[in-house]
Design a protein around this ligand. Structure first.
Ligand code: HEM
Ligand SMILES: *[C@@H]1O[C@H](CO)[C@@H](O)[C@H](O)[C@H]1NC(C)=O
Length: 327
């Protein structure tokens, strides 16, 4: 009997270790393996049309909303994976981090899309992280850019980290090696980095982020372009919040105008012009500048890869009802 008891308990141990191993393997594989295009087909069949029409209204009211939510998705995914942590309110959260404070916008648009999704499928069925992934995709296509199939089934973080946002998001003063490294740290290639930077074909940046570039010496910048920006963003300071389009060619159209501008040395941020300043990405920038469909295809594929970034194993996750706070 004793032997039988031992063997029963050791087989339980064995079963338990298999279960733990399976759990470990599936969390190592990350959310990516669990995401699927049909995740909400039964749970919330009207999800995608609901998000699309809510975004269409938001972008019609203010085209910059499209740019704003696209950037929100990037800043979400680069900080412990795409888990909507960026949307959590609070002084120790990501909203308060240097790259985000007084800079990220579009939170109200996400609130509005999420409340329309809750109306269609009540009770916290659809995660804020999936809402963000869908709004980013729809924003790009509503502004005239490509579309792609979004894999779904992400879950939301219960906490956000200001420090992690400060550590993971590259700044506008970054050189090419730092940009490549920041994306490599997320498993994304230099080509992904250059394609994703093409998001700067829409949206606006504050004078504080480009003052040095348009006023300083030693920058590879188009002299006419720099002169045109100095009025609104003078060297002396005092206009930190003045906005300029990131793509001087076609500010609100999701096209390859950003890359055409780079070739003319009209990148707004130092980090933008670093993609075309005699380095490894020059040839790709020239290709995107002359071939819109090549950019569009690479951008969509890179967005899918960025959208697969998963929270670290063990991160407590849930489906939040209100994107601004844990349930
Ligand atoms: C490659 C490294 C990147 C750097 C250094 C960078 C930096 C910046 C900075 C400094 C701004 C202006 C912020 C402000 O004025 O407050 C900005 C705006 C923006 N960024 Fe990036 N960014 C990068 C990559 C990306 C990526 C990968 C995406 C999306 C896929 C993206 C989407 C945007 C958009 C759409 C805006 C305009 C937002 C608006 O108008 O509200 N950026 N970025
Ligand atoms: C500077 O920009 C203008 C367009 O504003 C363009 O015609 C010119 O070729 C650019 N100069 C350089 C050196 O790229």
């Amino acid at each position: 009997m004793a032997a039988a008891a031992v063997s029963a308990s050791s087989s339980r141990v064995l079963v338990l270790s298999f279960a733990l191993l399976a759990a470990a393997v599936s969390s190592l594989a990350g959310t990516a393996a669990a995401l699927s295009t049909g995740y909400y087909n039964k749970r919330c069949p009207s999800l995608q049309p609901a998000v699309r029409s809510a975004m269409a209204r938001a972008v019609a009211a203010d085209p910059n909303t499209g740019a704003a939510v696209l950037r929100l998705f990037f800043h979400d995914c680069f900080v412990n994976g795409c888990d909507a942590s960026v949307l959590l309110d609070g002084p120790a959260g990501e909203k308060a981090a240097a790259p985000n404070a007084n800079s990220l916008r579009g939170y109200e648009a996400i609130d509005s899309v999420k409340s329309q999704v809750e109306a269609a499928c009540p009770g916290g069925v659809v995660s804020c992280a999936d809402v963000l992934a869908l709004t980013a995709r729809d924003a790009v296509s509503l502004l005239g850019g490509p579309s792609w199939t979004v894999r779904l089934g992400r879950r939301d973080a219960r906490a956000a980290s200001r420090d992690a946002a400060n550590a993971n998001l590259p700044g506008p003063g970054s050189g090419l090696p730092a940009l490549v490294a920041a994306f490599a740290a997320k498993g994304l290639s230099p080509r992904d980095m250059t394609a994703l930077s093409g998001a700067h074909t829409v949206g606006r940046a504050r004078c504080a982020t480009f003052r040095g570039r348009v006023n300083g010496g030693g920058e590879a910048i188009n002299a006419t372009y720099a002169a045109g920006l100095r009025g609104a963003c003078p060297a002396g300071g005092g206009a930190d919040g003045a906005l300029a389009p990131l793509d001087a060619e076609t500010p609100d159209a999701f096209d390859n105008g950003y890359f055409r501008a780079l070739v003319q040395r009209r990148g707004l941020l130092h980090s933008d012009q670093e993609l075309y300043n005699g380095g490894s990405q020059d040839a790709l920038v020239r290709k995107y500048a002359s071939n819109g469909p090549a950019f569009a295809g690479d951008f969509g594929r890179a967005m899918v890869r960025m959208g697969n970034l998963a929270p670290a194993p063990g991160t407590p996750l849930e489906v939040r009802v209100n994107c601004r706070r844990p349930n």
